[in-house]
Write a new protein. Structure first.
Length: 189
């Protein structure tokens, strides 16, 4: 595996290091030993598969609060998705900043997302499946999110003629007042 840092500390793009032969290739995409050696959380509590029938399906932006905060490793195993994270760690130098990357079945990239960082994605084609591991069990009482189009973050999502999404994701309140968000962005530039 090859780890590439992103502008959000602790969020990493994971590239496979395939070993090829006449049959195709073999690659490790998740390894407790590798993660531990690189200071990453290797614990996997569960693995989730999200099937999305329609292009433009948007899921997120989700996170869990302590003591059920979770680390995620996200891969697109069928189709294509624009995967986005938002740093919600108040003590982070990139607080309220976002990062996005295209994950596809063809590029086989994964995204490592540490605790305190919200996650979501929008499908770019029909019949997209996203597989992700999480380090903590789902806890409805600790499950939270921020709105996908919250002006505090200013995420430029890919255009979609129609977005399929859960009303919860559409209706999260503003994360912070717009003036406060603008001040946060100015101090981080």
């Amino acid at each position: 595996m090859v780890l590439t840092p992103t502008p959000v500390p602790g969020v990493l793009v994971i590239e496979l290091a395939p070993v090829a032969d006449t049959r195709g290739f073999f690659a490790v995409w998740l390894s407790r030993e590798f993660f531990t050696a690189h200071g990453l959380n290797p614990h996997v509590e569960q693995a989730n598969l999200s099937y999305n029938a329609a292009k433009g399906t948007l899921r997120g932006m989700h996170y869990q609060r302590p003591p059920f905060a979770e680390t995620k490793v996200v891969r697109c195993v069928r189709g294509s998705a624009y995967d986005v994270v938002v740093d919600l760690r108040p003590d982070s130098p990139t607080y309220c900043q976002w990062f996005g990357v295209e994950l596809t079945a063809d590029n086989r990239r994964a995204l490592y997302i540490p605790e305190g960082v919200a996650h979501g994605f929008q499908t770019l084609v029909n019949d997209t499946e996203v597989l992700y591991t999480v380090s903590a069990a789902y806890s409805p009482a600790h499950s939270h999110g921020v709105r996908w189009d919250d002006p505090a973050f200013g995420i430029p999502w890919p255009p979609a003629s129609y977005r399929t999404m859960h009303e919860r994701d559409r209706d999260y309140p503003d994360f912070m007042p717009v003036a406060q968000a603008a001040a946060v962005r100015r101090t981080e530039s």
